[in-house]
Design a protein around this ligand. Sequence first.
Ligand SMILES: C[S@@+](CC[C@H](N)C(=O)[O-])C[C@H]1O[C@@H](n2cnc3c(N)ncnc32)[C@H](O)[C@@H]1O
Length: 246
Amino acid sequence: MQARSHRALRAALAEMRWLNRPLEWWAKNVAVGAMLNGRELVYQNIVHRDLARLGIDRPIHAVGSAANYSYLYLLIRSCTELPVRRVLELGCGQSTLLLDALAERADFEVVSLEHEAEWAERIGAQCRRARVLEAPLVERRIADRDSPVHDPDVHDGQGVDVLLVDGPQKSKRRSRWGALHWLEGMNSDDFLIIFDDAERRGELDTIEQAVKQLDARGIAYTATRLRSVKTQFVIAGGAMTPAVHF
Ligand SMILES: C[S@@+](CC[C@H](N)C(=O)[O-])C[C@H]1O[C@@H](n2cnc3c(N)ncnc32)[C@H](O)[C@@H]1O
């Protein structure tokens, strides 16, 4: 659109004045695919720039059921900008490889619980700092529901300040409900909880229960979501609160 007078521009300006807002609203709220894919590309660029800046050259494949780029971005920023000391991850994979490399540079502890023995072995063998522990799923009564949880006898989860929920595999309702078990032992002053796949109904059941539990215990937090091709739900308190602005 190029013109050299108001008269020539009038129709185009009127169209912009009346249509821009509804079209942008539509793209943001109804036909969101293009916007979310665009965001993923932004995160991809940031992640690769940061990996280069940090001198991390191991291959991390952010595709399929693995962590996507917005999740990897959150992990990099959290582990480099926040006072992270103890990370507990549920479900190992590409995120664990990244955490392992970050822990080598910033000196924090990473434990990843994985119920699939072979997968735990495969990822664990590639880690130098992160400990990948095979933890079979056991049935426990959690928040009035029977639910599979990574065997708490394998790891006590005490004093964790970052909890990452990305396993085990999804279920239609109350997905990864076992994550609620690990909330209890967490540092309640400075903490960060990230639920991956938070666009799914099953994960949202669990997220809702998690914030109810924090409310019931009077724990102060701020929550938000990060949307790209997948959604991460972020709950942060104390010194970890800046994460809600990442
Ligand atoms: C969403 S994945 C975990 C993702 C992990 N945080 C990552 O970034 O890759 C959830 C579970 O799927 C299983 N899983 C993921 N990728 C797998 C693979 N390539 N082979 C076998 N199992 C896999 C593991 O049991 C894992 O705990």
